[in-house]
Design a protein. Sequence first.
Length: 202
Amino acid sequence: MYYIYAVVNGRELPSGLRGMDSQPVEEIPVGDLAAVVSRTSREGFDGHEEAALLPLVGCHDAVNQALLEGGDLVPFRFGMVAASLEEVEKTVSSLSLQLKAALKRLTGRVELAVQASWDHSRMVAECAAGDERITALKESFSKSPSEELRIEAGKRLFELVEQRRKECTERLLSRLRPLAAAATLNRLLGQDMVLNAAFLVE
């Protein structure tokens, strides 16, 4: 298995650079481009707990930061794994035109990763305390407990928290997007995260 960090124009990598599972980082030439990879025993990252994912995300970002010091690159999203060298080459080849255009667009610019978190437990408590529907469901449950009321209250609370998360995310993006040439939203890693994005800046 190979973990893919980014695609670059072929160049010498930083000496001694290591990635996932402390494996050496290497280049796989694909035409005019090169995929930056390291070997891994991991087939994917779905189902991992947040505490286990964060160091891996940190490793992914650290490798790309080291690469960035040597020139432009197109970073791949966290968690990109290929089963073989042939699959790495096929993945890059299929995106060759887009990757070359992206590298050209990135010239003279830097990609910055921005993550923001909140206190999820506190937000749940605030949403529950400030909603009349949940208050009414709690009162009904205290008088006549039922699975139906519990499920309805849980669903309502989930919707409120996710709406609040969306509002926080949009508020942050509204301030950050005007400062960047482009922005990409990445998968949120855990309940405490409200923003996981990359911004392309001059």
